[in-house]
Design a protein around this ligand. Structure first.
Ligand code: FAD
Length: 322
């Protein structure tokens, strides 16, 4: 009998997250003939999104829609997953390596008694063996891992798999009831959003990032303009966050967010190892720094030695024309 894969899809700002379609692509890469992919969508007022998701899934789409599920809560989401597992016994559960996936994945693994491989950037099939590639030592090396048994839980790093293509025929939507548990140990009362960017930093195709060289909060304006023209997001080094130029939600690196955009533009960032841990897997790295000896140039595909306050507005001007 074939394997059953269950992808936990995510909703953000009323849309399906791109990483969920990437997780489905990861499953497509791992699947053998006879394997089935199902998906789970949890949230509030998600009926249209469940229909959208069904276009990409050849198996069932479990839709669990309830006002109490609008905001992620580990206990209530795990309770939902338990009801899904009553309907379908998974061989593997796949999530995005997002804040939700990093939290819910291990809880699911503990519940299922499963092994977990996290932060997967590539999948290789070698006969019946599936090899999962993941970065280690803050991105300085990669390892390939393999499960020795099941069940399995996998989280995949955003922006490393192409979004899955539409299935030949839409999957079947199964609406599951949810009864709020009166015994949740914690609940979210409110969320205060810090980021104002239109594009999610971890999913952005282009990230324009500023460091201490940006010199002030005002200094981030030209970077924001460049990001807007490129439909990208703005990130920062920890030094820029520590200096109060921007919010910590923008920090990229070992103790910040990990991004793998197609283009990463580092402006006034020296290239400390802790910063590289969060961006070195970007497809193309462009560094703008006035110090030709700055370590960032060692990993940059393109380097511009110059003053960012001259270079960044020129780039914005040129991209506006394009
Ligand atoms: P700097 O190293 O000061 O570099 C500023 C650069 O700007 C210089 O190269 C300079 O030449 C250039 N510059 C100045 N003016 C201009 C100009 N006008 N035009 C062009 N270039 C200009 N850092 C992170 O980023 N993320 C992390 O997650 C992180 N985690 C850490 C965890 C630990 C445990 C520790 C110890 C450190 C961590 N750090 C992290 C800090 C890290 O070590 C560096 O201190 C930090 O990344 C430096 O930031 P920066 O490159 O912006 O600043």
């Amino acid at each position: 009998m074939g394997k059953t894969y269950v992808v936990v899809a995510e909703v953000r700002g009323g849309s399906l997250r791109q990483v969920s379609l990437e997780a489905l692509q990861a499953v497509a890469a791992a699947k053998q003939d006879g394997d089935v992919a199902a998906a789970v969508l949890i949230g509030s007022q998600i009926t249209p999104l469940a229909s959208e998701l069904a276009n990409y899934v050849d198996g069932q789409v479990f839709s669990v829609d309830h006002p109490d599920l609008e905001i992620y809560n580990p206990e209530s989401y795990l309770n939902v997953m338990k009801t899904v597992f009553d309907r379908v016994a998974p061989d593997a559960v796949v999530l995005g390596h997002t804040a939700l996936g990093r939290d819910l994945g291990p809880a699911i693994a503990a519940h299922l008694g499963a092994g977990q491989i996290s932060d997967v950037t590539a999948i290789e099939k070698n006969g019946d063996d599936i090899l999962f590639t993941r970065p280690i030592y803050a991105g300085k090396a990669f390892e390939q891992r393999q499960f020795t048994g099941g069940p399995q839980v996998v989280t995949i790093r955003p922006n490393n798999f192409a979004p899955v293509e539409a299935a030949s025929s839409p999957g079947e939507i199964v609406e599951l009831d949810y009864t709020p548990s009166g015994s949740l140990r914690s609940i979210v009362k409110d969320i205060v959003r810090k980021t104002s960017g239109k594009v999610d930093l971890t999913e952005a195709k282009v990230v324009v990032s500023g460091g201490r060289g940006v010199k002030s909060a005002e200094g981030f304006k030209p970077l924001e303009e460049l990001a807007e023209v490129l439909n990208g997001a703005v990130g920062a080094s920890r030094a820029a966050c520590d200096a109060g130029y921007c919010d910590y939600s923008m920090q990229i690196g070992q103790t910040g967010k990990v991004v793998t955009p197609e283009i990463y533009i580092a402006c006034g960032i020296s290239g400390a190892i802790q910063h590289l841990a969060g961006m070195s897997q970007s497809r193309i790295i462009i560094a703008i720094n006035k110090d030709p000896e700055a370590p960032i140039f060692k990993i940059a595909d393109y380097g511009i030695v110059g003053d960012l306050f001259e270079v960044v507005p020129l780039l914005t001007q040129e991209f506006r024309k394009a």
